[in-house]
Design a protein around this ligand. Structure first.
Ligand SMILES: Cc1cc2nc3c(=O)[nH]c(=O)nc-3n(C[C@H](O)[C@H](O)[C@H](O)COP(=O)(O)OP(=O)(O)OC[C@H]3O[C@@H](n4cnc5c(N)ncnc54)[C@H](O)[C@@H]3O)c2cc1C
Length: 650
């Protein structure tokens, strides 16, 4: 591990504050792109720590991990190395929403992140707490970041600073009536930084999240629970993974019941949430168990997934039982659950409140609007989840390194990546509750399938110097093999004798004349792999590098070709709005032709383009039309969108 000495204090290009999921990706990306980078974090042991569930991916999130990997980031490779159960979620739905997920070995995951970072030249480490962001007046009148000061009174100078402080800023932990400062169980809260940012004029907010208790697995009776094994043919996150770990585990499903709900309700009087001691808003889609039984009072049971925390520990995470009720209530209620009658608690569940900075204060590059050279990434921007944090960290690291090279920032479009959707939602709409990704947030889901992340992003990652040559070569090989397979399917016809037995067996009409395979695969009952097996034409499938099955990819490409075409047309229409750039300093408040709500929102968020303006809640299509007329008066949109800046309205 490269440590810092006195002579280095003035010599960094990028400082990353925080070694969580955002910080790890930011530091890795910036260093790999050639920036001399310092990672300052409160505990070196806690680098890459999973604060809550021992799992990576899931619906909407798995796609993000694939994209991080395609660009050359860390998360996918680390998740593959340390996964203990792999599943493709949403298999019963269309491939547009298939979402990879894995259970992780929590300790192995954090250790692997640290190993990856330590193997990175250009990356230096310092265990310390940043307390102040240091700035100097810049040539544009704004403060420019010049470094940080730490709790140990050290000053580190750098051209760019990326803050990824997660749940730590003025963190307050709640369990029943007990309240104390902390950034995560067993770790201190970070103090000083919020005040420093407020003094620089940043708007601050408070959010809340919670975590379930952890149980002693030796005291669980799994025979009373339903086994939840992983997939028989597990799929990796990383496009580079050749083999997944062989040792895997099952999870277990059990349920709450009326008695559990009754006991939990008895604890409500001591609930920090119901008693109003927690002010911050919690994640809507990840409610606590007390919230669930309160809001869905008619529901007589809720699922609880018992998830092992690793291969070499008996600690078990109770997914679905996030709570901040008193510890005694937690235990009494859990002991009423089938399989948990004799359970021992290793760690109680708790809630945490922390400071965040509403994300309308950052640009698409994640650089703050208020302080030049200062970036925010991860939970500090109001998101929740490892994947959302890692994606932002990656983009902030890339953009700090690009800025160092005097290059334009990398901004991914909503039609290009879930990462683009995430950042656009944050910047254009802001958030006042913890934001998590879902496939439903993406309007171009079909273009953003998990299996195409490399085709969408690896060339970009390679040009940036982040994705390796080997990764790029693999992509070329994959595309060639896929195209060849599809060509062969177009060129090969099968006879009724060859295929009718299979067609009838899967419940679809037999054919009466030779028919090409690319036509047959369009039938919903047919899968390409089975079709090739049934007709003895497996030889048509050209194997892809890695663990991806070419039959699945070719089938999806053929089945969705028409829809994809339509989707691309829609994207082109939307992009015309992106070409209308809003000049800096444009006075939305002075535009009488739009509603008061639109004026207020636009003035607060200050969109860069009309496209961004159109996605702000409260801005109607009529407002967009009025703005377009106004912007058009000054200049026509440019063909490539690069220089289409309109002048401010008089
Ligand atoms: C109790 C709890 C429950 C959660 N529940 C869920 C959930 O149900 N679902 C979900 O998706 N996500 C949940 N999360 C959130 C998830 O853990 C985060 O979204 C994710 O870890 C955020 O990543 P991050 O990199 O932004 O921050 P973190 O992972 O929190 O990492 C922040 C890092 O910054 C360091 N740091 C902070 N301030 C300073 C400073 N001033 N100086 C130096 N270092 C600093 C910390 O030491 C830490 O290493 C939960 C988190 C907690 C704590």
């Amino acid at each position: 591990m490269a440590c810092v000495n006195d002579s280095m204090k003035a010599s960094f290009d990028v400082i990353v504050v925080g070694g969580g999921h955002a910080g790890a990706e930011a530091a890795h990306a910036a260093a790999r792109m050639g920036a001399r980078t310092l990672l300052v974090t409160m505990s070196l042991q806690a680098i890459g720590q999973m604060s809550c569930n021992p799992a990576i991916g899931g619906i909407g999130k798995g796609q993000i991990v694939r994209e991080i990997d395609a660009l050359g980031g860390l998360m996918g490779r680390v998740a593959d190395r340390t996964g203990i159960q792999f599943k493709m979620l949403n298999r019963r739905k269309g491939p547009a929403v298939w979402s990879p997920r894995c259970q992780s070995d929590r300790m192995a995951y954090a250790a692997a992140v640290r190993q990856e970072l330590e193997a990175q030249p250009n990356l230096f480490f310092r265990q310390d707490m940043a307390t102040d962001v240091l700035t100097e007046p810049g040539p544009d009148g704004r403060p420019w970041v010049v470094g940080i000061r730490t709790q140990t009174d050290q000053t580190f100078r750098a051209s760019y600073v990326i803050l990824t402080s997660g749940t730590f800023l003025n963190g307050t932990i709640h369990i029943g009536r007990k309240t104390y400062g902390g950034g995560r169980a067993g770790e201190r809260a970070a103090v000083g930084l919020s005040a420093s940012l407020e003094a620089l004029g940043f708007e601050i907010g408070r959010l809340k999240t919670g975590t379930p208790p952890r149980l002693d697995g030796r005291t669980i009776d799994t025979s009373a629970c339903d086994e939840q094994p992983g997939d028989d043919t597990p799929r990796p996150f990383s496009f580079m993974t050749e083999a997944l770990p062989e040792r895997t585990v099952s999870c277990w499903l059990t349920y709450t019941n009326d008695r559990v709900h009754e006991l939990l309700r008895e604890g409500f009087a001591e609930s920090p949430m119901f008693a109003g001691r927690i002010q911050g808003r919690g994640p809507r889609y990840c409610p606590s168990i007390e919230d669930k039984i309160d809001r869905f009072a008619g529901k007589d049971r809720h699922q609880l997934f018992l998830e092992p925390e690793g291969l070499d520990t008996y600690e078990v995470y109770v997914n679905g039982f996030s709570t901040s009720l008193p510890e005694a209530t937690q235990l009494a209620a859990l002991r009423q659950v089938a399989g948990l009658e004799n359970v021992h608690l290793l760690r109680p569940g708790y809630a945490i409140e922390y400071d965040y900075f509403p994300p309308h204060q950052v640009r698409y590059s994640l650089e703050t609007k208020r302080v030049a050279g200062l970036f925010f990434a991860g939970q500090i921007n109001g998101t929740t989840g490892y994947e959302e944090a890692a994606a932002q960290g990656l983009m902030a690291g890339i953009n700090a390194a690009l800025k160092l090279r005097n290059d334009e920032p990398l901004v991914l479009g909503r039609d290009q990546a879930y990462i683009g959707v995430l950042i656009d939602d944050l910047v254009a709409k802001g958030t006042d509750e913890p934001y998590r990704m879902f496939t439903s947030r993406a309007e171009h889901r079909l273009l953003l399938r998990q299996d195409t992340a490399d085709q969408r992003l690896t060339r970009l990652g390679h040009e940036l110097g982040l994705a390796t040559d080997e990764r790029r070569t693999r992509l070329d090989a994959k595309e060639a093999a896929l195209a060849e397979t599809i060509d062969r399917l177009h060129a090969t016809a099968v006879t009724p004798e060859q295929v009718n037995g299979y067609l009838e067996a899967v419940g679809t009409a037999p054919i009466t004349e030779p028919t090409r395979l690319n036509r047959l695969v369009l039938r919903p009952e047919v899968t390409l792999a089975d079709l090739l097996d049934a007709t003895g034409r497996r030889d048509l499938a050209v194997p892809l590098p890695g663990l991806e099955p070419v039959e699945e990819l070719a089938e999806t490409a053929l089945t969705y070709a028409g829809y994809l075409e339509r989707e691309r047309e829609m994207v082109a229409q939307m992009q015309s709005l992106e070409r209308y750039r809003v000049p800096d300093g444009f006075d939305f408040a002075a535009v009488q032709a739009i509603t008061l709500e639109a004026r207020e929102k636009l003035q607060q968020i200050r969109p860069d383009t009309l496209g961004q303006a159109s996605r702000i809640s409260g801005v109607s299509p009529a407002d967009v039309s009025a703005l377009m007329v106004l912007l058009k008066k000054h200049r026509q949109p440019a063909g490539d969108g690069a220089s289409a800046e309109a002048e401010p309205a008089a």
